[in-house]
Design a protein around this ligand. Structure first.
Ligand code: NAD
Ligand code: LMR
Length: 328
C-alpha cells in the first residue's frame, strides 16, 4: 500500500471540521488512490469533542483512512505533516477591536507556523481557512523561514465558487461553462470578484450579461458580502461550503487546473499587478506540478484597478498592524 499522506486539521471539532474530515477520509481531498492519516489539533477543552468525531470517522470504515490522531500539542500536530489545513481561529467577539483580533490570532498562527517550520515534511502545503485568513497565513509564513513561502496559502476558493454560482444563475449558464473568473485581494468585504476576463461557453461573460449595473451593484457586493449573509441566515458562519472550498483548493493544488482555465487562491505576491511582494493576496492562479502560478499579463482596466487597490490597501493595513504588534 502507498504510504499514507499526513493531513493535519486544526479546529477539528468545529463546524468546518465536521464538514471537512469525512470528505478528506473518503478520498475527496487527495484522490481515490491516496491513503490519508488524519491529525486533529484542538484546544484542550475541545479534545473530547474531537475524540467523538474520530469515533465517527472510525464508524465510516473508510478504506483510505490509515488512522486518526488527536492532540492539543502544536508540535505533535505538525510533525511530519504533508498537508496542513489551518481552520481553528479566534473569532471576533462583541467589544473586540481589530487589533485584539489580530493579536489573538497571532498567538495561534505564529506558533503553528513555527511548528510547521520545525517539524513538517519537506513537501508541506498549508491552507489557512481561519479568519482573517490572508493575514493569518502571512503570520504563519513569517514564522517558517525554512519553508518555501509559496507553500503558505489562504482560502478564497469559497469566494470564487460563490461568484461562479451567481454568474451561472444570472445568465442561465452551467457552472461548467464558465471559465477565467477571478477573485483579487483579501477574503473580506473589500475583495474584488472580477468578470472582465471571464467567459461563458467561450463568449466574454460581460457581453453575455450585458448589464454593467448588475455587475457593480449586485454581483460584486453579493459575492463580497456573502459570508455575512450566511451568518445572518444561519446564525453561524458558512461551514459545508467552506469545507467544500478547502477540498477544492487542495485538490486543485495537487492535481492542477484544467487547460485554458484558472481559479483563485490567496498566494504570496511576487509583486505582480502592483500587489506588494510578500503579501498573501488572492489572484487568478493556475496550478501545475503541485505549485501555484499567478496568471500573468492580464489587462487591468480602471474599474478593476480601483477595486484591487482598495482590497490590497486593506491587506497592507493588516500587515502593518501585525508588524506593529510584534506578531511577525
Ligand atoms: N476563508 C473562508 O472562506 C472561510 C469561510 C468560512 C469560515 N471561515 C473561518 O474558519 C474558521 C473556523 O470556522 P468554524 O465555523 O469551523 O468555527 P468553529 O468555532 O465552529 O470551530 C473552530 C474550532 O477551532 C478550535 N480552535 C480555536 N483555537 C484553536 C487553536 N489554537 N488550535 C486548534 N484549534 C483551535 C475551536 O476549539 C473550535 O473547535 C473561522 O475563523 C471562520 O471565520 C473562513
Ligand atoms: O466567518 C466569516 O466571517 C465569514 C466567512 O469567512 C465566509 O466567507 O463565509
Amino acid at each position: 500500500m502507498t504510504t499514507p499522506v499526513t493531513v493535519t486539521v486544526t479546529g477539528a471539532a468545529g463546524q468546518i471540521g465536521y464538514a471537512l474530515l469525512f470528505r478528506i477520509a473518503s478520498g475527496q481531498l487527495l484522490g481515490p488512490d491516496t491513503p490519508v492519516r488524519l491529525r486533529l489539533l484542538e484546544i484542550t477543552p475541545a479534545v473530547q469533542a474531537a475524540e467523538g468525531v474520530a469515533l465517527e470517522l472510525e464508524d465510516c470504515a473508510f478504506p483510505l483512512l490509515a488512522g486518526t490522531d488527536i492532540t492539543d500539542d502544536v508540535a505533535a500536530a505538525f510533525d511530519g505533516t504533508n498537508v496542513a489545513l489551518l481552520v481553528g481561529a479566534r473569532p471576533r467577539t462583541a467589544g473586540m477591536e481589530r487589533g485584539d483580533l489580530l493579536e489573538a490570532n497571532g498567538g495561534i498562527f505564529g506558533p503553528q507556523g513555527k511548528a510547521i517550520n520545525d517539524g513538517a515534511a519537506d513537501d508541506v502545503r498549508v491552507l489557512v481557512v481561519g479568519n482573517p485568513a490572508n493575514t493569518n497565513a502571512y503570520i504563519a509564513k513569517s514564522h517558517a523561514p525554512d519553508v518555501p513561502a509559496d507553500r503558505f496559502t489562504a482560502m478564497t476558493r469559497l469566494d470564487h465558487n460563490r461568484a461562479l454560482s451567481q454568474l451561472a444563475t444570472k445568465t442561465g449558464a452551467a457552472v461548467s461553462d464558465i471559465a477565467r473568473l477571478a477573485i483579487w485581494g483579501n477574503h473580506s468585504a473589500t475583495q474584488y470578484p472580477d468578470l472582465t476576463h471571464a467567459t461563458i461557453a467561450g463568449r466574454p461573460a460581460l457581453e453575455v450579461v450585458s448589464d454593467d449595473a448588475w455587475v457593480a451593484d449586485d454581483f460584486i457586493p453579493t459575492v463580497a458580502k456573502r459570508g455575512a449573509a450566511i451568518i445572518a441566515a444561519r446564525g453561524a458562519s458558512s461551514a459545508a461550503s467552506a469545507a467544500n472550498a478547502a477540498i477544492d483548493h487542495v485538490h486543485t493544488w495537487t492535481h492542477g487546473t484544467p487547460e485554458g482555465d484558472w481559479t483563485s487562491a490567496g498566494v504570496v505576491s511576487d509583486g505582480s499587478y502592483g500587489v506588494p511582494e510578500g503579501l498573501i493576496s488572492s489572484f487568478p492562479v493556475t496550478s501545475s506540478g503541485g505549485a501555484w502560478q499567478i496568471v500573468q499579463g492580464l489587462e487591468v482596466d480602471a474599474f478593476s484597478r480601483e477595486r484591487i487597490d482598495a482590497s490590497v490597501a486593506e491587506l497592507v493595513e493588516e500587515r502593518d498592524a501585525v508588524a506593529s504588534l510584534g506578531l511577525v
